[in-house]
Design a protein around this ligand. Sequence first.
Ligand code: SF4
Ligand code: SF4
Length: 143
Amino acid sequence: MFRPFGYLNFDMGNARLGEVYILNQKGDILLKLQGRIGSKTLKISILNSKIAGASDVKAAEERVKCQLTKYQMCMGCLACESVCRFNALTVREGKNGETQYRISDGKCMRCGECVAHFTAGCYMRKVLTIKRGGEGGSHGRKE
Ligand code: SF4
Ligand code: SF4
């Protein structure tokens, strides 16, 4: 999930606390993730706002939220695949019908393009939001 932001480093953090750092190519720390295996809570600390083309902390926070949205809401529409110029992103249906959104560590160039390409990170979310808004408006007129 976090590959578009940088390179995952499992050695720098405290393994007992489930800490993982994300670094840029120069080795600067960008993000710190903290979440124990099995826990449903993940703490994300933005330590450098220069992630996925963001210019300040607020924009960086939005980028992170976009990426979380993909993993929470992906319905497998494949739009994200066409955004990646490096063929690093695949969206497939798993054996149990679940959507598998994967980013290849070897192919990903950390260009950040896939992160915020669509409003709120997901094309389908935008479509569904507009549709819901439209349905609500029509319902209102009938009444
Ligand atoms: S746009 Fe949304 S639903 Fe479509 S592949 Fe990307 S995350 Fe999944
Ligand atoms: S668009 Fe492709 S290469 Fe760029 S960050 Fe996303 S997955 Fe990586």
